[in-house]
Design a protein around this ligand. Structure first.
Ligand SMILES: Cc1cc2nc3c(=O)[nH]c(=O)nc-3n(C[C@H](O)[C@H](O)[C@H](O)COP(=O)(O)OP(=O)(O)OC[C@H]3O[C@@H](n4cnc5c(N)ncnc54)[C@H](O)[C@@H]3O)c2cc1C
Length: 594
């Protein structure tokens, strides 16, 4: 059992059992590090610290925890295992500003062999790098820049020929360019009459120029990373890297030939690829993944999207706005993927249908035949209903992404993958070979660029400083459809599944002055909080600018805010974020304007 489950047990009341398990574990760690058992005084202090962790997890008082940690560290006791304190940071969602005093106390009052070992971990010989990173996507390039800033000798290997990985080249950035520009076109076409804007009846678009605008944004951003590499002294090798052994990496250079580089530390950041649909061969022309959907040369008359998750709905929206008849086939009865709150998902489904997208929910694609003019797909009701055939000019396969490790030579270092082909790591991103770490899409967690970025910074900090921090409870998600959908924290279904009590406050944009002024009133803010402590558990937004607004919610969750904290924070008027404040008011008391 890990420390998070322990802390949850403490919070849920089965304290004694959890307490003794943690204590036992700590004693073991302590014994391994110090070759001695807890003294009675130390046991008392550690017991009280564990109980505080549990309380903190319930949102009672985080400061108490930091103080108890600092107290423990200052006891002039034999060194405590450093991992114990990292566990606290991970499990009780302490943010870096809070962890800082703990860290400095840790440095000042402990003398851990591991700590010393970490600070020496990058003192390498002249031809050996302190850090070699395989993959120049968000995870890899951010780690490289951070390592440069930390004064490490760092090399980043990227085989694409340009930096930025999936996100910048065939993911977040190009998709948002097409989403933004197709939305502008669609809004001019369908949403100007009531605004007094005339003379736009014949509005049309130039697809090639729209694609060029997308490419320009991508190029300026990828070039920007090369500049940042130079600025931070990062060596950039264009080529495919593969492990020769646990320290040496062979690089097949894009320009021909090969070289090799060895690293005291290595980070695997090779990302992910689209999961193919069995029996449907991807040609990126007619049977496409999101990559093909970002560069179609003409608008298909009809498109079937297999998979109603975020990527499918975003790309489906683009082509629907540009005139394609889009049908989304989704196995589940809900769109947006498992993290999206069911109520918000329903609202999103309604608006996307209104925009002209067809949905076949609870429907399974059995197979496809692309041999004719139209691609034929056999579909069936997921629970065994009537089989039918649907036709489309283009089929977009958007059933998810899978970790990418092809050609990496993992077999040469005996690296373990789990049943979903993810590289197995511990809480410090270490693989079974401790100096080889792994971050981003290729390992556990949500496949999101900002998650990869957080891990990159933390992994480098583990190497250079011996500690790092990512709060996996506060990773926001955004679906950039119109209106946008964004959320952070837990949704109702997750809370029900874990038997956690909660209360809800909502506020519709139809009652928000700015949304009304903008004639853009679809959607709502939904806040979920703990009924006992009022601490925020989750925030779910569908509405204009939800993707920007969710940052405020993430900050609130990170700082352990209550809904009353938000409600009592002055928000500028007239703004859409007043809807967030009012939803918070509705959570602990009553909204004013609804
Ligand atoms: C259409 C689409 C839209 C998306 N939109 C969003 C969004 O809006 N927001 C968001 O947060 N996320 C979004 N994502 C997800 C996001 O792109 C990924 O989570 C992110 O790119 C992961 O970063 P990474 O560095 O782990 O992997 P990647 O970005 O995949 O980078 C890995 C890099 O490693 C390189 N590589 C692999 N093997 C080797 C090797 N052996 N040698 C050298 N180089 C190698 C690859 O060429 C690649 O460039 C989107 C994804 C897609 C497909």
């Amino acid at each position: 059992m890990d420390i998070c489950s322990w802390a949850r047990q403490i919070a849920s009341g089965s304290r004694e059992e959890a307490l003794s398990e943690i204590l036992q574990y700590m004693q073991l760690e302590f014994f391994h590090s110090n070759n001695m058992v807890f003294s009675p005084e130390l046991e008392v202090s550690v017991r009280s610290w564990i109980l505080t962790v549990g309380e903190v997890d319930r949102g009672v008082d985080r400061k108490k925890l930091w103080h108890s940690e600092i107290f423990l560290l200052k006891q002039n006791l034999p060194p405590l295992p450093r991992r114990l304190f990292e566990f606290t940071m991970l499990s009780s969602r302490i943010m870096p500003r809070a962890a800082a005093p703990v860290r400095s106390a840790l440095k000042a009052h402990t003398n851990l062999p591991r700590f010393v070992q970490f600070s020496r971990a990058y003192a390498s010989s002249a031809d050996e790098k302190d850090l070699v990173i395989i993959g120049g996507g968000v995870a890899g390039y951010v780690a490289a820049i951070k390592a440069g800033q930390e004064g490490l000798k760092v090399t980043c290997i990227e085989k694409r020929g340009v930096l930025g990985g999936t996100c910048l080249n065939v993911g977040c950035i190009p998709s948002k360019s097409l989403l933004n520009n197709s939305h502008m076109y669609h809004a001019i076409k369908h949403d100007t009459k009531q605004r007094g804007i005339v003379g736009v009846e014949g509005v049309s678009f130039d697809l090639a120029k729209m694609m060029k605008a997308k490419d320009t944004s991508v190029t300026s951003l990828t070039n920007g990373i090369e500049f940042l590499f130079k600025k931070n002294g990062v060596e950039y090798l264009k080529g495919a890297g593969s492990f020769v052994n646990e320290h040496e990496i062979k690089v097949d250079l894009n320009d021909g030939g090969e070289t090799s580089v060895s690293g005291k530390n290595i980070i695997i950041a090779t990302g992910s690829e689209a999961t193919p649909f069995p029996g449907l061969e991807i040609d990126e022309q007619r049977v496409i993944t999101s990559t093909g959907a970002l560069s179609l040369e003409k608008v298909p008359e009809s498109m079937v999207v297999i998979g109603g998750g975020i990527i499918g709905l975003e790309m489906g929206s683009v082509w629907s706005r540009l005139g394609s008849k889009v049908t989304v086939v989704e196995f589940l009865n809900q769109i947006g993927g498992p993290g999206m709150d069911a109520e918000i998902s329903k609202a999103s489904l309604k608006t996307l249908k209104k925009q002209g997208i067809d949905f076949k929910l609870g429907t399974k694609v059995l197979g496809g035949d692309p041999s004719g003019d139209k691609i034929k797909l056999q579909v069936d009701a997921a629970k065994g209903g009537k089989e039918e055939t649907i036709e489309a000019d283009v089929v977009l396969v958007a059933i998810g992404r899978r970790p990418y490790t092809a050609g990496l030579g993992l077999e040469n270092i005996g690296m373990e993958l789990d049943e979903r082909s993810r590289v197995i790591i511990d809480q410090e991103y270490r693989t079974k070979v401790p100096h080889i770490r792994c971050i981003g899409d290729v390992t556990f967690g949500p496949m999101l660029a900002h998650k990869a970025e957080e891990e990159a910074v933390a992994a480098v900090e583990y190497i250079s400083k011996g500690y790092g921090h990512v709060n996996y409870g506060v990773i926001p998600s955004v679906m950039y459809t119109y209106p946008e959908v964004a959320w952070v924290g837990q949704n109702e279904a997750e809370l029900k599944a874990s038997d956690t009590a909660y209360r809800i406050g909502t506020f519709p944009f139809s009652a928000n002055s700015r949304a009304k002024t903008n004639l853009d009133t679809e959607g709502m803010v939904k806040i979920i909080a703990c009924p006992e402590t009022d601490r925020l558990l989750g925030v779910h937004i569908i509405g204009p600018n939800a993707g920007e607004m969710i940052a405020e919610a993430a900050l609130a969750l990170e700082y352990g805010a209550s809904s009353e904290d938000i409600a009592r924070t002055c928000h500028a008027h007239p703004t859409l974020s007043e809807a967030f404040k009012e939803a918070a008011m509705a959570t602990y008391s009553k909204a004013i304007h609804f």
